[in-house]
Design a protein around this ligand. Structure first.
Ligand SMILES: C[S@@+](CC[C@H](N)C(=O)[O-])C[C@H]1O[C@@H](n2cnc3c(N)ncnc32)[C@H](O)[C@@H]1O
Length: 189
């Protein structure tokens, strides 16, 4: 991906050290840097539809499985928590609803779905083709520098996801912007 074709927002920083994620955790799109696997170790099942992304994620004592979030191969009510750490930005809009439904299905009642992502504005005619962010993630004494960029073909913001969750059986427990990003914690009603 040529960097000159990406419109970057200002560099972002996030400290995940004290984030509460309880019980058995399903990390959607957990390849790449494998951030949630690094954070919560053996409690995490990281799924990604791309084998290469799972292989790229650093080794750790979390489980990596090739699986598409549109069709989760788990029984109903398997997980206490689900996470999507800068994953939904890569998912086409038309797949969001089925993925929210699948996550809702595999969560236990009262289970939580935690989303980190960033607002994507409407693309102007002469803008670059990709939209992204450089991100520094702190986990305990470790700092991970990474970057995420996606095709600039959709718009999204915090309220879009809050509504999507609400229309798929979740209530919003917490939602707030973090600098140029946002965070939402849903609960399965
Ligand atoms: C760049 S990663 C996000 C960052 C990653 N969570 C981390 O810790 O670095 C986004 C991932 O979502 C995956 N993905 C996109 N659509 C998916 C789907 N429908 N099911 C499973 N994984 C998907 C992509 O293959 C990609 O590896």
């Amino acid at each position: 991906m040529a960097e000159e074709n990406i419109k970057f927002i200002d560099p972002q920083h996030i400290d995940l050290t004290d984030v509460e994620l309880s019980g058995r955790i399903l990390d959607i799109g957990g390849g790449g840097e494998g951030i949630i696997g690094l954070l919560k170790g053996e409690n995490v099942v990281a799924i990604d539809r791309r084998e290469s992304e799972l292989k790229e994620a650093p080794p750790g004592n979390y489980l990596k499985i090739i699986m598409d979030a549109k069709e989760l191969k788990f029984l109903d009510e398997t997980f206490d928590t689900a996470t999507a750490f800068f994953t939904l930005m890569y998912v086409p809009l038309e797949n969001h609803q089925i993925i929210f439904q699948e996550i809702h299905r595999v969560l236990k009642k009262g289970g939580e779905f935690v989303v980190w992502d960033f607002p994507i504005p409407k693309r102007g005619m002469h803008e670059k083709e990709l939209y992204g962010l450089m991100l520094e993630v702190k986990i305990r004494d470790k700092n991970i520098s990474t970057g995420y960029a996606t095709k600039w073909v959709k718009e999204q913001d915090l309220e879009y996801y809050a509504k999507l969750g609400a229309s798929n059986g979740f209530s919003v427990v917490e939602k707030y912007p973090i600098d140029g990003m946002f965070y939402i914690r849903f609960k399965k009603d």
